[in-house]
Design a protein around this ligand. Structure first.
Ligand code: FAD
Length: 395
């Protein structure tokens, strides 16, 4: 085999040396999560994906032990890390699989964040320590079969019956839905949209797994049915009024995706670099051809710029200055770029690229969901458009 004529860079996955912009503590968090993924996720994830399942409870307990659940929240057993540390954890988790990162995002940034930001003291005491430890699983029910991008049209209703609340409706595509102990459910009331804390053993609550998914297969997704679910007074989140409540949670989760997508892209670049160095076509390494190098160079540009963008947004968040439209720029760019990187990596692996022996097609397939959930790419385009022009083009 022809050998490379020049030494390869010390860190081909970090050509721009973004690592030098991280603190020792940030690198430490990243290393810890990377090690966890190497030991506990990577050896099994292809099988989980093939089976269409994820051992949510086992993983949650282990991740709880590492402080990864609700890790950027303060108090109640949460680790209280910086936003950048949380982002780097998401990056490493998604480098293993988007489904594993989704588990952590939904638990920490959607369900726990909703309870932390809007819940009563009783809600927080009852749920957050157990959720941080991974002993209780949470889900977040906003989307409905007929209302995804426009949650304002939701039909799920909560009505008063004496002091109680009674909920009726259906929530679709709910991550962790059929394994959750508690659901944060958003419903229309006489007072506008409110959030409710629903223990999943409440009579009238059922969760049915979504079958036949072709994406995010190593993740539990379910439809929730609420049929006369009776909750006591105090089940509502006192701090959330209107759609600003769920949208605040979504901004949190989208931030994690900005970093997570970089992880999926990095894993694809790493795989493509290794594969093209070894694979010989027409009697020499695939890596030596100009067409290959153009692909690898484009993938590396996308990886480096996405990482810089994620880190910049993380620093803004830690400074308390991150705005929702900036998160939209991050999600729009980084998921789009990660998907392009995954598809390009797939071409470099040829037929091997379509198997679960390599991660690239799994990432490409997962990223189709990531492109759609937490606001589709079109929705984020419109958020940015509105920020730029002042005109809302949503309807
Ligand atoms: P639609 O809203 O019907 O959109 C269809 C198409 O129309 C999209 O391309 C969209 O961008 C486009 N579109 C919409 N509005 C406009 C417009 N104004 N102009 C132009 N184009 C437009 N939801 C939860 O609440 N909790 C969860 O835990 C959760 N987990 C999920 C897990 C997975 C694997 C998936 C796939 C989804 C999950 N979702 C969850 C739902 C997700 O948030 C929705 O799928 C998403 O918001 C899009 O809604 P929709 O699928 O109904 O698409």
């Amino acid at each position: 085999m022809t050998q490379p004529t020049r030494p390869r860079p010390v860190a081909p996955l970090d050509l721009l040396d973004v690592d030098s912009l991280l603190t020792e503590q940030e690198r430490d968090v990243q290393r810890t999560v990377r090690r966890f993924c190497s030991d506990r996720v990577r050896p099994h994830v292809a099988d989980w994906f093939a089976a269409g399942d994820l051992p949510v409870r086992d993983l949650a307990r282990e991740m709880g032990g590492l402080g990864l659940l609700g890790m950027h929240l303060q108090g109640y057993g949460c680790a209280g890390t910086s936003a950048v540390e949380y982002g780097l954890a998401c990056l490493e988790l998604e480098a293993a699989d988007s489904g594993v990162r989704s588990l952590v995002s939904v638990q920490g940034s959607l369900a726990m964040y909703a309870l932390h930001a809007y819940g009563s003291e009783e809600h927080k005491q009852e749920w957050l320590p157990r959720m941080a430890a991974g002993e209780a699983i949470g889900c977040f029910g906003l989307t409905e079969p007929d209302h995804g991008s426009d949650p304002g049209g939701m039909r799920t209703r909560a009505r008063r019956d004496g002091p109680d609340w009674v909920l009726d409706g259906t929530k679709a595509w709910i991550t962790n839905g059929s394994v959750a102990d508690v659901a944060v459910v958003w419903a229309r009331t006489e007072d506008g949209v409110r959030g409710f804390v629903v223990p999943t053993d409440t009579p009238g609550f059922t969760a049915t797994p979504v079958p036949r998914k072709l994406s995010l297969r190593a993740s539990v997704t379910a439809e929730l049915a609420l049929d006369g679910v009776r909750l006591p007074a105090g089940a509502e989140l006192p701090g959330a009024r209107g759609l600003a409540g769920p949208l605040g949670c979504l901004t949190e989760a989208r931030f994690g995706i900005v970093f997570g997508a970089v992880g999926a892209a990095r894993d694809c670049v790493e795989t493509a670099l290794a594969y093209t160095a070894e694979r010989e076509v027409f009697d020499r390494p695939l890596a030596g051809y100009q067409l290959t190098q153009r692909k690898l160079a484009d993938m590396t540009v996308a990886l480096g710029t996405s990482m810089l963008l994620a880190l910049h947004l993380g620093r803004l968040k830690d400074a308390g200055r991150l705005r929702p439209e900036q998160v939209s720029v991050g999600k729009l760019n980084n998921v789009r770029e990660a998907l392009a990187v995954a598809r390009e990596a797939r071409t470099l692996l040829g037929a091997n690229g379509i198997t679960l022996d390599y991660p690239v097609m799994r990432h490409a397939s997962n990223l189709e969901s990531v492109l759609t959930y937490e606001g589709t790419s079109e929705v984020h385009t419109l958020v940015v458009g509105q920020a730029l022009t002042g005109h809302s083009a949503f309807r």
